[in-house]
Ligand binder design. Structure first.
Ligand code: GDP
Ligand code: IMO
Ligand code: MG
Length: 439
């Protein structure tokens, strides 16, 4: 082989094997994944969602406007990028059409830059009602779901009784399957005390949405493999966060998908050996929306952040619970996801907080724990062991290099990265694209 040809081939292999990035939330969701995806999209060709549905709310500031993306990958805001909704996502077709129309109204192009997997499962109206009713019945033990029907939709998928996008785009088949599903689910709805759902209305609205989505539907597995073969760089946009994972999270206070790195493979059909790096996104403190244990929760910190207008949910508008940085959790997240690089966001949230606490271990029944216990009640009883640090008491918003951060802020990000056990690669000091330090 000619040497230039060989170098070209090596370069091509290098491109193929070095560039595919899984981005995941290393805490309880809302870590600022949307903002970091937007930063990383500059170098990617394809952005893929692999799990979750419109329970997600990813905020991106683009040309001074704020966008909140729920099912469409955040890469859609950048020209020339292809966005894929993978097989592992659960799609509410009505909500997806409305998200597409909303983006179009803001001048965002949606055409051949969006692909939807024919294997993705559908969220149907009875899923939403069952989600709501189950929460109501649980009373104080509720999960605090987004009420988007996510749990029941994934439940149907696991039970092998779900409807998929491939059904939706075949009207006769869809109507037949839907009729049987509505009949079955209406008896559940009535038993739960809810009103039954009318087939005709659902059928009409879903078929209309299906017609609009049809041009985007394809075998996204084949698309992704071809893109990889051509040396395209793929960014896997995680939704939710590690501790909301159905297997590794604070069960039962979790969502119903694999939010951890493995979900990027099963939810897209791209095998593990094609993945090159995992970026874990974490806030400089901790937040959680919904119920379940949050060992480092601190009401005063929450009041401070809420007073600044921060930490209100992007999907439901609920005030997020806030706490100190929890290194027990993020260290475990590094283990589960194989995090190579860290993106720390919202450092500026701590600009005027002094002192700052960092949880280095838990105490449970006088024992020191370095990993979170599996049992939800035990996690609830864990007491954080804190290291206290002095705050920096000045704005970090204008820093664009690590050296421009106040020295205490620099020490803080280095310290929490060390505790987490991965290399620091990005520090975010504001919601906009430019308010970023890339190391
Ligand atoms: P995601 O679900 O992980 O994408 O996060 P959300 O969009 O739900 O919530 C993160 C919030 O923090 C959004 O309002 C972002 O605009 C905002 N944000 C992200 N990074 C930063 C940052 O470094 N500083 C500030 N002030 N806001 C940030
Ligand atoms: P992004 O992608 C934060 C939480 C809900 C609830 C639990 C189960 O924006 O980070 P579900 O509706 O999924 O059955 O709710 O999971 N939750 C999220 N919390 N960010 C999210 O997504 C979330 N998606 C679900 O609040 O506690
Ligand atoms: Mg969010």
């Amino acid at each position: 082989m000619h040497s230039a040809e060989r170098i070209g081939k090596i370069f091509c292999l290098f491109r193929i094997s070095m560039a595919n990035t899984i981005l995941i939330g290393a805490q309880w969701g809302d870590e600022g994944k949307g903002k970091i995806i937007d930063v990383l999209t500059a170098k990617a060709d394809v952005v893929v969602r692999s799990q979750g549905g419109n329970n997600a709310g990813h905020t991106v500031i683009h040309r001074d406007a704020k966008y909140i993306l729920h099912m469409i990958p955040s890469g859609i805001l950048r020209r020339g990028k292809t966005c894929v909704i993978g097989n592992g996502v659960v799609i509410d077709p009505i909500a997806l059409v409305s998200e597409m129309e909303g983006l179009r109204k803001s001048g965002i192009k949606i055409g051949n830059n969006l692909l939807i997997s024919d294997c993705a499962h559908l969220v149907l109206p009875y899923h939403r009602v069952i989600d709501e009713q189950r929460e109501l019945r649980k009373g104080r033990a509720k999960i605090g779901t987004t009420k988007r029907g996510i749990g029941p939709a994934y439940g149907d998928k696991a039970a092998r009784t779900g409807l998929r996008v491939s059904d939706l785009i075949q009207p006769v088949l869809f109507s037949k399957k839907l009729q049987a599903k509505i009949l079955e689910n209406n008896s559940i709805l009535v038993a739960l005390g809810a009103r039954p759902i009318r087939f005709r209305e659902v059928n009409e609205s879903y078929l209309a949405a299906g017609k609009k989505l049809r041009p985007f539907v394809c075998n996204t597995v084949v698309y992704l493999h071809r893109a990889l073969q051509r040396g395209k760089e793929v960014l896997f946009e995680g939704a939710q966060g590690t501790f909301l994972d159905i297997d590794h999270g604070t069960y039962p206070y979790v969502t119903s998908s694999n939010t951890t790195a493995g979900g990027a493979c099963t939810g897209t059909g791209v095998p593990p050996h094609r993945m090159d790096r995992v970026v874990g996104v974490m806030k400089a403190y901790t937040t959680r929306v919904g119920e379940g244990a949050l060992p480092t929760e601190d009401r005063q910190l929450a009041a401070t952040l809420h007073k600044l207008g921060r930490e209100f949910g992007a999907t439901t508008g609920r005030a997020r619970r806030c706490g100190w940085f929890d290194a027990v959790a993020t260290r475990y997240a590094t283990m589960i996801n194989g995090i190579d690089e860290l993106a720390i966001t919202n450092l500026d949230g701590l600009d005027h907080v002094d002192p700052i606490r960092v949880c280095v271990a838990y105490r449970l029944n006088r024992k020191r724990l370095n990993v979170p216990p599996c049992d939800a009640a035990q996690l609830d009883n864990c007491e954080p062991i804190y290291k206290e640090m002095r705050g920096w008491n000045q704005s970090t918003r204008s820093a664009r290099k690590l050296s421009q951060l106040p020295s205490r802020a620099k020490d803080y990000v280095r310290y929490i990265s060390e505790l987490t056990g991965a290399r620091l690669s990005i520090v975010s000091v504001g919601p906009a694209r430019g308010e970023t330090i890339i190391l």
